[in-house]
Every structure is written in C-alpha cells, then in structure tokens.
Design a protein around this ligand. Sequence first.
Ligand code: PLP
Length: 432
Amino acid sequence: MSEKFKIGTRAVQGGYSPKSGDPRVASIVQSTSYKYDTFDEVANVAAVSADVTALNKQGGYLYTRVGNPTVTALEKKYVELQGGVEAIATASGQSAVVYSIINIANSGDQIIANSNLYGGTYNLFNTIIPKLGINVSFVDPTASEEEILEAATENTKLIFGETIGNPGLNVLDFDKFSSVAKKLDIPFIVDNTIATPYLINPFEYGANIVVHSTTKYSDGHAVSLGGIIIDGGNFNWANGKFPDYTTPTGPYNVIFVNEFGKRAFSGKLRTNLVEEFGAAPAPFNAFLTNMGLETLHLRMERHSYNALNLAKYLSNHPKIQWVRYPYLEWDPEYERAEKYLNGGASGILTFGVKGGIEAAKTLGENLKLASIVVNLGDVRTYVIHPASTTHLALSEEQQREAGVTPELIRVSVGIEDIEDIIADFQQALDRV
Ligand code: PLP
C-alpha cells in the first residue's frame, strides 16, 4: 500500500493485496509443510532460501518454522503500520524481546536498559541474559544523559526502553535515549507494546528496532499470543562495533551488511534466530492478530478516551490516594505524553486506594464488569496487583525501580461504555 494512506486505512487493508479470484481476506494456511512435484523444485526453493540474497525475493515456502503465508501477511501489515524495512513475527512478545537482544549482543557484551520495564523483561535482563554472558546495566528513566553515558562501557551494544513503561507509566524520553545511543553509535530498541503503532512511530524519534508483544493491543481480544520485531533499516551495522554483521556468520556464512544492506538486522535475525531458535508464531494466531489489527485505530482511540475518563473519575474519589495516567494534565509524564503520543496515552492507568492493598483487594474483588486478569490490552477491562503477580520475582527495591509500589493497582481499561466502567468502580468503591 502507498504511504499516502492514513494509519486506519493501512490497519484495515495493509499487508495483503489479493489478485483476481484470490480470497478477499488473508487466509489461514494451517499447514507446517509445502508440497513440491519434484526433488529438483524443492531443492531449488531450499537453495533460494539458503541464498540469502534471494530470501526475500521469495523462494517459496518450505516449512512453517521458517515461513508461512499467513505469518507473512501479518509481517507485511506491521511494516505498513509501524514503518521500517522488515517485520519478523514470533511466538510471543517475550521471544521478540529475546531475539532483538541476542541478534546484536554476544557473551562479553553489555546492554543498557531503562529500569521501568514489564516484569518479564526485567527478569529476563536481570537473571537470564546475564547467564549468556551479556551484562545488563539498568538506568532510571529520569537519569541524565551524562549518567546514562557513565553506565556504558566499550562493549555496550544497545539501549532498551518501553515507550510507556508497564506499569510504571513513564513515557520514554526518546530525545534523551536516542541521543545517548547516537553518541555511543549503538542501536536504540523500543518496546512499543502499550503505545502501539497508532499512538507513536518510534522510528520518527530515533529508534532503530521496535518490538511488540502483539498479545496485547495488536490482537486486542485476548485470544492469541504473539510478538513482532521491526527493523528500522536506519542503523549502520558496519561501524566497527558489530563484527557479526561484517564477517561471515551463521549457518550460511553470510556477511550481513553486504548481503542485506539496510535489512542487515532482519536478514540476520531471519536466517539465524528464526530458523535455528524456532519461536515461530502459529498461523492461526497470526490470522487472529491480523484481524485484530484491522480495528487497532478504533480501539486505541476508545481505550485512551476511557482510560482518561476513568483516571479523572478516580482522581476525584475520596477513597483514592493517588492516580497515574500520562494524559492527566497534572501527571508527571504529561509533557512527554503530549510531545510524543498521538492524542492519547493508551488504556493503562494505575492507582492506590486509601487503606493500601487490603482496601484494594476489597475493591478488586467487588468489581463486576472489570475482572482480575494478569493480561492487558484486551477490549474487556481488567485489574491486577503487579507487586504480587507480573512483578512477583522482583525484590521490593527492584519493584520500585520498575515503577511498582506495594499498593499499586493497574487497570487495563477496555472499550466498554465508559459510563458502565465508572459505575462498576463506583459500586466497588462503595464497598471499601
Ligand atoms: N513487553 C511488554 C511491555 C509486555 O507488557 C509484555 C507482556 O505483558 C511482554 C513484552 C511480553 O509479551 P508476551 O506476554 O506476549 O510474551
């Protein structure tokens, strides 16, 4: 599709252009395997796939771990929505985050991460990635440019942050973090799960790689796990810091910057990690995610509208201690939210009830429309207590670094009618 189309049109129609007589909708190709008439034909497809220069010219499909037409349609739609040169879908958001890191950093390297992260990513960086020999330095989102630079070593290979921290709700200071990344000449990776391509295009603010858990707002209906990695095609991997990109690497002994040019990152990811690590998305999940994305623009507007209105309601309630939502004018993140986000701050808000966690439990357990669910980004409204669930593995100090206080309740505000959502919180608060 042409870039002249606005994001809603690209959400609905992008990624799949049927020819005459083709199914109108990108269909589910629920097959692990692809049939050929002769050994020579399949050998030719395999050779074209192995000949990485031709990989994206389409050698045909061989095996669904490596490629599948339904997954391709999802990847193409994501490039339409988020920009960049190529998107690679994975089985989960978590595998997308892992791939984005290990496609760049090796044992002996270091990475810098904003501390205000989803609990799973924090755990990954705090305990698993170091086991691979990759050292992780966490920096506070409010750290100055100088402080972030001080956290770097000569082996620092990337900087990582979330557009809207889950559930710290800090809005990433793109200018600051991208400026540090440029000074260090390393890529800037952004997890854009909560903001989605509708609220921001991180590539316009200096990101080089964008990752998403598509399980959240992209799917939007809590039916399919998935992740995606988008290559901005805007980083120079031949700057001397990334020998895996400039010397023969991987099963096909490829010099990625030579073979793939602007797509060096995604070329390496596809031919090494997708093929050999194997966290492939299920075609059915790709189909459902694709369908979810068709209404992304409508849902994100409504999620943002509902979250702002629930945040305002809770702010005025006498039993509520505090409320955080980046689009509240008095929120500490408001200025950055206005600067970077497209008219809304997504569907996540947090609050504390007077009386602490015990009072919050009474509130949560008396909600009738909203339910207690650990997921977020669904059309239905959810509440959760992150300190005892998503961020359970973190110490209290680490939780505070990640923006989680003991009494914090996270609401993933759905797209039901806001009057009904507010009435539900009202009746539950009456019982506190
Ligand atoms: N990134 C963020 C911001 C998340 O909130 C999550 C999950 O909650 C993930 C990544 C991991 O995604 P998944 O659950 O799809 O593996």
